[in-house]
Design a binder for this molecule. Structure first.
Ligand SMILES: Cc1cc2nc3c(=O)[nH]c(=O)nc-3n(C[C@H](O)[C@H](O)[C@H](O)COP(=O)(O)O)c2cc1C
Length: 358
């Protein structure tokens, strides 16, 4: 068992999480798996690393996407890029998201990733949603929504790539409603991707030009879901368990991608599932939150994550806890795992002291 596996086996339950995680079925199975558990950990560059995904899986996510991975980076065989692809030994499987603009590089990347991960690759996703200027300027990410022929060629290239690896891994795409509100192409673009053989389409209910501001439109996602036969995964403002279920129902999508809603809240997945089944989600005591934070940081360390990421992670979990503002100032000075663990120990004692005087 890997170090991460040992940590999860020892500490997940005390943090209100559960381990091992149910695997995504081999050979497609999109619809069945989503019917059982529609809540998926979304791709998040700089965030959804191994430790984050393990926490999400322990919190009940049906599966988890990698951070977006550059097809050019894989072409040049950069170790840093492969680091994003290789899951932890404890992850039952992973969905890898690729970005780029050259169909030939997608075909090569799809073949390499599928060969390397084999059946641990749940599905291969193409990013057609990223609005970041340095990506879109090169015709990648959401810019592909202005170039449906290229998007079509990329999906077909990925399908050829996984076939070359001797696998039938589904190829999916993640899109927005269009690049700008002046060109709301979501429906026609999704139909074109379906024709190209996309096995599912994730739709973020904003335009590229909106970034993450303004409200995501459930209705616009619903329009896409009605227009295609393949499953649609809804993304946008799934910030609470309540809202995850609301988004699923309002959009008519088969699944929901949870992104920012997982900040400091790995339980959001099981809470959403409980709500969907008519049960009330549980309250999480401060002590339990602190245990989850400790597990997350230990996993970060055990899986080779950069320890300075712990600052953001700790701020998320401590939000709303007594003494959070003061702890935040201290967090920004922490540089080693031990310093973070000491801070958590102090926070735990503070919580215990407050409970005692109540
Ligand atoms: C920090 C951050 C990084 C993200 N990185 C990616 C990415 O690599 N690929 C992608 O398709 N979407 C990415 N997204 C978008 C999310 O997957 C999701 O679609 C978006 O945040 C809307 O969901 P939310 O409102 O529930 O957070 C990212 C979002 C955030 C906040």
């Amino acid at each position: 068992m890997s170090e991460a596996g040992a940590l999860l086996a020892a500490d997940a339950e005390a943090a209100g999480l559960s381990w091992p995680s149910a695997p995504w079925p081999r050979g497609g199975g999109f619809e069945e798996r989503l019917a059982e558990n529609p809540f998926i950990m979304a791709p998040m560059a700089g965030v959804s690393d191994r430790a984050w995904r393990l926490m999400a899986r322990a919190g009940g996510a049906a599966t988890a996407y990698s951070e977006m991975v550059s097809v050019a980076g894989l072409h040049y065989a950069s170790d840093k890029t492969w680091e994003l692809v290789i899951p932890d030994g404890e992850e039952p499987e992973i969905a890898i998201q690729l970005f780029g603009s050259d169909p030939a590089l997608f075909e090569e990347a799809a073949s390499k990733v599928a060969s390397r991960l084999g059946h641990r690759l749940a599905f291969l996703d193409v990013n057609m949603a990223c609005p970041v200027a340095k990506v879109a300027r090169k015709g990648e990410g959401v810019a592909l929504m202005d170039d449906p022929r290229r998007a079509d060629a990329i999906v077909r290239a990925c399908r050829r790539g996984v076939a070359k690896a001797g696998l039938g891994t589904p190829v999916t795409a993640k899109i927005r409603l269009g690049r700008t509100p002046e060109r709301p192409v979501g429906v026609s673009f999704a139909r074109a991707l379906e024709d190209a053989g996309a096995a599912a389409i994730a739709v973020h209910g904003r335009f590229g030009s909106q970034g993450y501001a303004g409200r995501s439109s459930d209705e616009a996602i619903a329009e896409v879901a009605r227009a295609v036969d393949v499953p649609v995964l809804a993304s946008g403002d799934a910030l609470s368990a309540d809202r995850c279920v609301g988004l699923l129902r309002a959009s008519g999508a088969k699944g929901v991608l949870v992104a920012r809603g997982s900040y400091g809240n790995p339980w959001i997945f099981s809470d959403a599932r409980a709500l969907l089944q008519g049960e009330a989600p549980r309250e999480r005591a401060p002590e339990l939150r602190l245990r989850a934070l400790e597990l997350h940081l230990r996993l970060l360390d055990a899986t080779g994550g950069h320890i300075l990421k712990a600052r953001q992670i700790a701020c998320h979990y401590l939000k709303g806890l007594p003494g959070a503002a003061q702890a935040r100032r201290r967090i920004m000075r922490c540089e080693e795992l031990d310093e973070f663990l000491e801070l958590i120990g102090d926070a735990r004692r503070e919580v215990g002291r407050r409970e005692a005087v109540r």
